[in-house]
Design a protein around this ligand. Structure first.
Ligand code: C2G
Length: 133
């Protein structure tokens, strides 16, 4: 039986930390589905517009070799619905979300992967706007 992995993220200003979590998520199964946060969801989560639009972020993530399917994540509250819709066997998230999705262990495995150290979209934006690159 093929194992479907589901992960989520904004993936704005795509960087190697994003790539690593997607590669490691793919290793958890046979098919990787990625929910990419909508612009509206990102605005409500982070209080700012993403640098790249959802259409651009979706196109980047969809083009990655380990990714089989992408969709727009409209709300953080719809996780159970997405897990069921995509028949996910495993939900993978970075460990900045550790413990936050344990409630879904009744329908799938939940795995938190360590974040790649020392890189984040927010830090990149700050460095670029401060002109310290
Ligand atoms: N990530 C990582 N290492 C980094 C930066 C990010 O492993 N240095 C991981 C995060 O842990 C997350 C994924 O990359 O699993 C995407 O990160 P974000 O774009 O910041 O996504 P986030 O805003 O956390 O969205 O439903 C949940 C949300 O949509 C997750």
């Amino acid at each position: 039986m093929s194992r479907t992995v589901l992960t989520f993220g904004t993936f704005d200003v795509f960087h190697v930390g994003h790539l690593r979590v997607i590669e490691r998520a793919a290793q958890q199964g046979d098919r990787l589905v990625v929910g990419v946060s909508s612009d509206a969801l990102n605005l409500s989560k982070k209080g700012r517009e993403p640098v790249f639009s959802q259409a651009e972020r979706l196109a980047i993530v969809a083009a990655l070799k380990p990714v089989d399917e992408v969709f727009v994540e409209e709300s953080l509250e719809l996780k159970r619905h997405y897990i069921e819709t995509y028949a996910a066997d495993v939900l993978v998230m970075g460990d900045d979300w550790a413990g936050r999705f344990d409630e879904f262990e009744d329908i799938c495995e939940v795995v938190y992967l360590p974040r790649t150290p020392a890189i984040s979209t927010t830090a990149l934006i700050e460095k670029i706007s401060a002109g310290t690159f």
